[in-house]
Design a protein around this ligand. Structure first.
Ligand SMILES: Cc1cc2nc3c(=O)[nH]c(=O)nc-3n(C[C@H](O)[C@H](O)[C@H](O)COP(=O)(O)O)c2cc1C
Length: 384
């Protein structure tokens, strides 16, 4: 076994009776490769490699709770028993190779009906018809498009809001049937739940809008409904955009996230996954220069002030940095996104670098047996 004495990143963490073998989590990342929301062998191989690569938990990409809530035609879905059945081999494989299978459930709201990134990364229009892909009607708290030129969403009625929340709860049931051990509600990046939170996208003056309490109502009720279905011994995460950035000055603020996190904790949420941005544009693909690990300022404050476990995500690429984040208490878990696309074995390589597993004892023995014997031959050249 790895030497957990030496590394905070490679020490276990138990949340709601479920143990993460280390603090490395693969972040949800859309691959837009599903057909009618159904998982295929792509999802199985893509996600299993991260389990093989040593992460404690592997998140699927955002899985839509209803067809209207997909971002693109290729999104994964979790709105029926068929979708659960298609995901069963995926969860079995992730678990077999040593990680907790985790799923993010989502509704894209006013950011639904988009082109895949490589088809333009904007709202779909009739130009997509050549691929047989037509735009569909989308919904939001208010009839406010993401930006000028984007699809105008229909305003949700109170009854429709309740129905979508019920879809989140039903999706949690399907996720359980599919064999997932960890569930995350997507409440970030400008998608439906975030668009209720942010005053820039929520102009309602009924119980689901107005002041902060009104704007938080959708997220809090959804968490309650999901928690009622999702078992107590399985961790429930909520991903939030800790602050609105993207040029929005009067949007959702960090102090709002502290309050929201405390309220989510009171409703049985175990971990706040601290992302940011996306209310009026992309959350990830923004190109500007950003300091590595810049969201630790958010996870530190939310963790301390709301007294809740946190996961941080965003430009954590170095083992030593991830180690320091956990050792210094800036976050309990570190989510790795694009760096895992670059190196699906990021967790194992980090453990090696940190001397948490010098004997390759946690590797599959088919690999570890060879690697430990090769080490004396190559160690002096490793950084050359
Ligand atoms: C290809 C891709 C797809 C993504 N899909 C999702 C998603 O489904 N849900 C989500 O919450 N974030 C999504 N994100 C954001 C990532 O989870 C992560 O927060 C972001 O990439 C920043 O972390 P990184 O710097 O480690 O990549 C996606 C990012 C990428 C690059």
């Amino acid at each position: 076994m790895a030497d957990h004495q030496k590394s905070a990143l490679f020490s276990p963490l138990t949340v709601s009776g479920t143990t993460f073998k280390n603090r490395v989590v693969i972040s949800p990342m859309c691959t837009y490769s599903a057909d009618d929301g159904l998982a295929s062998d792509w999802h199985m191989i893509h996600l299993s490699q991260f389990a093989m690569g040593g992460a404690a938990a592997v998140f699927t990409e955002a899985a839509a709770v209803e067809p209207r809530g997909k971002i693109t035609h290729g999104d994964l879905g979790i709105w029926s028993a068929d979708h659960a059945r298609a995901l069963k081999p995926v969860t079995a494989s992730i678990a077999r190779y040593g990680a907790l299978p985790a799923i993010q459930i989502a509704h894209a709201g006013r950011k639904a009906s988009m082109q895949r990134p490589w088809h333009g990364n904007a709202a779909m229009d009739d130009s997509d018809a050549g691929r047989g892909e037509m735009p569909w009607d989308i919904v939001a708290p208010s009839p406010e498009p993401v930006r000028e030129g984007w699809i105008m969403p229909g305003e949700l009625t109170i009854a429709e809001i309740g129905a979508i929340q019920d879809r989140f709860a039903a999706a949690a049931g399907h996720a359980l049937d599919a064999g997932f051990e960890v569930l995350e509600i997507h409440s970030a990046h400008g998608y439906l739940s975030h668009s209720f939170l942010s005053p820039t996208s929520n102009q309602r003056n009924d119980a689901y809008g107005g002041d902060r309490a009104g704007r938080m109502r959708f997220a809090l009720e959804t968490a309650e409904k999901v928690r009622a279905v999702w078992p107590d011994d399985k961790p429930l995460f909520v991903r939030i955009s800790s602050v609105d950035t993207d040029g929005v000055t009067e949007g959702w603020q960090l102090e709002d996230s502290v309050v929201l996190s405390g309220e989510l904790k009171a409703r049985g949420v175990d971990v706040i996954d601290c992302s940011s941005s996306g209310i009026s544009g992309p959350a990830t693909a923004a190109q500007g220069k950003t300091p590595l690990g810049f969201r630790t300022a958010y996870s530190s404050r939310i963790g301390t002030e709301a007294d809740i476990a946190t996961m941080v995500v965003g430009l954590v690429i170095h083992a030593e940095h991830a180690e320091a984040i956990v050792a210094d208490g800036q976050a309990d878990l570190v989510a790795i996104g694009r760096e895992a696309l670059f190196d699906p074995y990021w967790a194992r390589h980090a453990a090696h670098k940190l001397q948490a597993d010098p004997e390759f004892a946690d590797w599959p023995e088919q690999y570890g047996w060879w690697l430990v014997r090769r080490e004396p031959q190559i160690s002096e050249y490793r950084d050359v």
